[in-house]
Design a binder for this molecule. Structure first.
Ligand code: GAL
Length: 341
């Protein structure tokens, strides 16, 4: 009998030492559906999500299982991926929807499965998002990106109108490279960038505009064509994102245009920041991928843990944009230098 008791005591001591008796770390399973993984900015958001998941794991003492699916630009394919996440009982799904008018189907399925859904970057129409309390949107207000882009051009005009208005006719001639048709960022950035100039009383003339699907190659093709038509009459190139701005610069360099037109983008991707440093890109607007990833995972973990999150209008989390020019980069690096001294 004494031997049996001794063995039981030893077994319980071993259980305590190896921690096998304690409850396992809870796991939060998050399914992420991307509209197109190849998209430069979206791939940055995906990387930021992976990074942020590691930080949240530490902070909340949980395990986060992040599963990423690439919709490759097809809503049908994305719907299947979402169905799979719901069938496999993920705790939360994050959807970068391919077609922003198709959100109702996803919201209804998520509601039926009782799985909260966080849309990001591609904003569903408001009526759809308000169908269910468990539907959210994390993103940045497209109008603000347009305004900041316009202000970069406006500031250059105010400082030295002659440098911008090369023809000297008192009017800013511009071309507009747009993202996808119907995308909220494309529509709003296009409108508000120009409005920032006209509202300040700067006369403008649009020479051409076209959609280049956020892509550098397509933007290069449009710009090559426009350079043939308008040559150095093009004073400003507004691009709805940096990849397209870089495509326009590629075309100008290939055509040996000197000086280059005043080109502005949005996103602040690493190659765009290099171009700002080099002086080929005059400015961009920071689209806060890290902030969006942070807010999404915070929200996802709160929802999975059953905490009711307080967000704007019950559905929206907004991240601010900020302007980036050679001046702000220089000021930031001077600030960093001061801190390290
Ligand atoms: C925009 C971004 C673009 C592209 C697009 C995809 O916010 O500026 O570069 O990623 O989202 O939806």
């Amino acid at each position: 009998m004494r031997r049996i008791l001794a063995r039981l005591a030893l077994a319980s001591l071993m259980l305590t030492l190896c921690g096998c008796g304690t409850s396992p770390t809870p796991t939060i399973r998050v399914g992420v559906a991307l509209y197109q993984q190849e998209d430069t900015f979206i791939s940055t958001v995906a990387q930021s999500l992976q990074q942020r998941a590691l930080e949240e794991e530490q902070a909340r003492d949980v395990k986060i299982n992040l599963s990423v699916a690439d919709g490759r630009g097809s809503q049908t394919q994305q719907n299947e991926q979402v169905d799979r996440f719901l069938d496999q009982k993920y705790d939360v799904i994050c959807v970068n929807i391919v077609d922003r008018t198709a959100a109702a189907v996803i919201i209804d399925k998520a509601q039926a499965a009782g799985v909260p859904v966080i849309f990001f970057n591609r904003q569903p129409v408001e009526e759809d998002l308000s169908r269910w309390d468990g539907a959210y949107y994390v993103g940045s207000p497209g109008a603000q990106a347009g305004e900041l882009q316009g202000q970069i051009v406006l500031e250059a005009w105010q400082q030295d109108p002659a440098a911008l208005d090369r023809s000297g006719d008192g009017v800013v001639q511009y071309v507009m490279l747009e993202g996808e048709a119907g995308h909220q960022d494309a529509l709003l950035r296009t409108k508000y960038s120009v409005l920032a100039l006209t509202e300040a009383g700067v006369p403008v003339e649009k020479l051409a505009n076209d959609t280049a699907d956020w892509q550098r190659g397509q933007a290069g093709i449009h710009m090559t064509q426009w350079l043939k038509e308008f040559g150095d009459q093009i004073e400003v190139v507004f691009a709805n994102n940096d990849d397209m701005a870089l495509g326009a610069i590629d075309a100008c360099l290939a055509a040996e245009l000197d000086p280059l037109p005043f080109v502005v983008g949005v996103d602040a991707t690493p190659p765009a920041l290099e171009a700002v440093e080099e002086g080929t890109l005059q400015g961009t607007v920071l689209n806060d991928a890290q902030g969006q990833a942070r807010e999404m995972l915070d929200l996802a973990c709160d929802l999975a843990e059953g905490t009711a999150p307080q967000v704007e209008g019950g559905h929206y989390v907004w991240l601010e944009y900020s302007a980036v020019t050679r001046k702000t980069l220089d000021a930031a690096s001077a600030g960093a230098g001061n801190q390290s001294e």
